[in-house]
Design a protein around this ligand. Structure first.
Ligand SMILES: *Cc1c(COP(=O)(O)O)cnc(C)c1O
Length: 433
C-alpha cells in the first residue's frame, strides 16, 4: 500500500492570511460595549489588546500579510503535508477518499501555535511585556507560553480547575516553556476570590478563567490579554490551514465534497473552511462544510444565535454568536478544548447563513472513532479532533452504502499524547456519556 502525501515546498507556503469579512454577503454585526450597549470602539479594546491586533480584528481587507518573522517560525512545522488515510479507507471498505491535515506536528502539538506566534509577535512589537490568558485543556496555555518564550515576554495562564487537576502534565509543559499557571478560579483576582467564596467546589469554566485573565492583565503594567479562539484575528491566523489545503487540492486536481473539523471556539474549523466559503457562497462549489461539537457543549446545534458575553462576568464585549449562555457550566468530559459556551461570531454567521452545517457527537462514539483512526494511521488524535473523525466515519459509511467515491477532507487539530488517561477510561469501559 503506498503512503500518499501531498507536500508543499517551503516557498509555496501562503504569505498572506485570508479574511472572510469582505466576502460575506452581509457585514458582520459588531461587538457591543457591555456597559453602554453601543458598538465597541477600538479604544474600548485597547485596555486588553494591542493596537495592531485590534486593527486585524476590525479589518475589512481580504488579505493580511504574514510578517517575515512569523513566517520564519511557521516554517518549523509548516507547510504540513495533506495526507491520505489509505489504511483507514481500507479498514472501512469505503470507496470514499479520506484526506487530512495534521496540526499535531507543531511544537506544542496542536493548531494553536498558528495564532499564538503572531499574537505574541504583534504584542512584542506594541510593547507588551506580560500576556495573560485562560486555558481549558491546556493546549492554548502551552501554545501561548511557548510563543511568549520565543519573543521574551512573560506569560500568566489561568487554567480551568478541572483540567488543572486532571492534567498536571500540561502544567509542567507550560512551566517548561517559561509560563506561570494557576488553577481557576484562583485567589489572585477579585473575581476568582468571589467565586470561591460562593461556590468553593466549582470545577471552573473557560468563562470564569477569561474573566480572571482579563482582570489580572488590567491591573499589571504593560500587560495585555490574549484569546486562543473565537475572535476574528484568531480565525484569520488559522486560515493558513485552509490556504495550504487549497494549494494541495489544486495539485491533485480535486475539490473536496466534505470539509470537516471539530469546534470549540471555532478557530481550527474556520481556518480550514474559510478559504473555500467564497466558492460556496457564489454557488461555484457544493462542498459541504461540517463543524463538529461535543454533545455536552452543543452551542451550534442547541444554542441560540444572539448577543452574549464572551466571559462569565460580562466584562468582555458582547458578541453575536451561537451560545448556550455565558453562565453555562458544561458537564465533565475529556475534550477540554470543546467546552466554551459560545462560538466564533464569524463562524456563527457562516452557519446561520447556511454556508456550513453543525453536528454533535457523544463522547464514547467520539473516542471509538479516534481509536479506529489510531489503529489505521498510527496517530493518537486529541479528544477534540476525535469529534471530527466521528463525522468523517459517518460520511465514509454512507459512501460505502451508496458506492459514491466522495472526497472527505478533515483537520486533525492535534495529538492526544497528554490525553492517554482519557483513552484509558475509554478502553476500560469507564466512559459512559
Ligand atoms: C483548542 C483545541 C480545539 C478547539 O478549539 P477551536 O478554536 O475550535 O479550534 C480543537 N482541537 C484541539 C487539538 C485543540 O487544542
Amino acid at each position: 500500500m503506498v503512503q500518499i502525501k501531498i507536500n508543499l515546498d517551503e516557498n509555496e507556503m501562503p504569505k498572506y492570511w485570508y479574511n472572510i469579512v469582505p466576502d460575506l454577503p452581509d457585514p458582520p454585526e459588531p461587538p457591543l460595549n457591555p456597559f453602554t450597549g453601543e458598538p465597541a470602539k477600538a479604544e474600548d479594546l485597547e485596555t486588553i489588546f494591542p493596537k495592531s491586533l485590534i486593527m486585524q480584528e476590525m479589518s475589512n481587507e481580504r488579505y493580511a500579510k504574514i510578517p517575515k518573522e512569523v513566517l520564519e517560525i511557521y516554517k518549523m512545522w509548516r507547510p504540513n503535508p495533506l495526507r491520505r488515510a489509505v489504511r483507514l479507507e481500507k479498514i472501512l471498505k469505503t470507496p470514499a477518499q479520506i484526506y487530512y491535515k495534521y496540526e499535531g506536528e507543531s511544537p506544542t502539538g496542536s493548531h494553536k501555535v498558528n495564532s499564538s506566534v503572531p499574537q505574541c509577535y504583534y504584542n512584542m512589537k506594541d510593547g507588551t511585556e506580560l500576556l495573560t490568558t485562560e486555558t481549558g485543556a491546556g493546549q492554548w496555555g502551552c501554545a501561548l507560553a511557548y510563543a511568549c518564550n520565543l519573543f521574551e515576554m512573560d506569560c500568566k495562564v489561568f487554567m480551568v480547575r478541572s483540567s488543572f487537576e486532571q492534567k498536571p502534565q500540561r502544567k509542567t509543559l507550560i512551566n517548561l516553556w517559561g509560563g506561570n499557571v494557576v488553577s481557576s478560579p484562583s485567589m489572585e483576582t477579585e473575581y476568582g476570590r468571589e467565586i470561591i467564596k460562593q461556590t468553593p467546589d466549582i470545577p471552573g469554566t473557560l468563562g470564569i478563567a477569561i474573566t480572571e485573565a482579563i482582570e489580572y492583565a488590567m491591573k499589571q503594567p504593560n500587560a495585555k490579554y490574549s484569546l486562543g479562539s473565537v475572535l476574528n484575528h484568531v480565525l484569520l491566523h488559522q486560515t493558513i490551514i485552509g490556504l495550504e489545503l487549497k494549494k494541495q487540492m489544486e495539485i491533485i486536481d480535486t475539490t473536496p465534497d466534505y470539509l470537516i473539523g471539530c469546534c470549540g471556539g471555532g478557530s481550527n474549523f474556520a481556518g480550514l473552511i474559510f478559504p473555500f466559503v467564497k466558492d460556496i457562497i457564489d454557488k461555484k462549489s457544493d462542498i459541504q462544510a461540517i463543524g463538529v461539537e461535543s454533545s455536552t457543549c452543543p452551542s451550534m446545534t442547541k444554542g441560540e444565535y444572539r448577543y452574549d458575553s464572551g466571559d462569565a462576568a460580562g466584562k468582555t464585549p458582547d458578541l453575536k454568536m451561537y451560545t448556550l449562555g455565558c453562565q453555562f457550566v458544561p458537564p465533565a468530559q475529556h475534550a477540554g478544548g470543546l467546552r466554551y459556551h459560545g462560538m466564533a461570531p464569524l463562524l456563527s454567521q457562516v452557519l446561520n447563513s447556511g454556508f456550513c452545517k453543525a453536528e454533535s457527537y457523544r463522547e464514547y462514539d467520539v473516542f471509538k472513532a479516534g481509536h479506529l483512526f489510531s489503529k489505521a494511521e498510527g496517530i493518537i488524535p486529541a479528544p477534540e479532533s476525535c469529534h471530527a473523525i466521528a463525522a468523517v466515519l459517518k460520511r465514509a459509511e454512507e459512501c460505502k452504502k451508496t458506492g459514491e467515491k466522495k472526497t472527505i477532507v478533515f483537520n486533525l487539530s492535534g495529538h492526544g499524547f497528554i490525553d492517554l488517561y482519557a483513552y484509558e477510561k475509554y478502553l476500560t469501559g469507564k466512559m459512559v456519556t
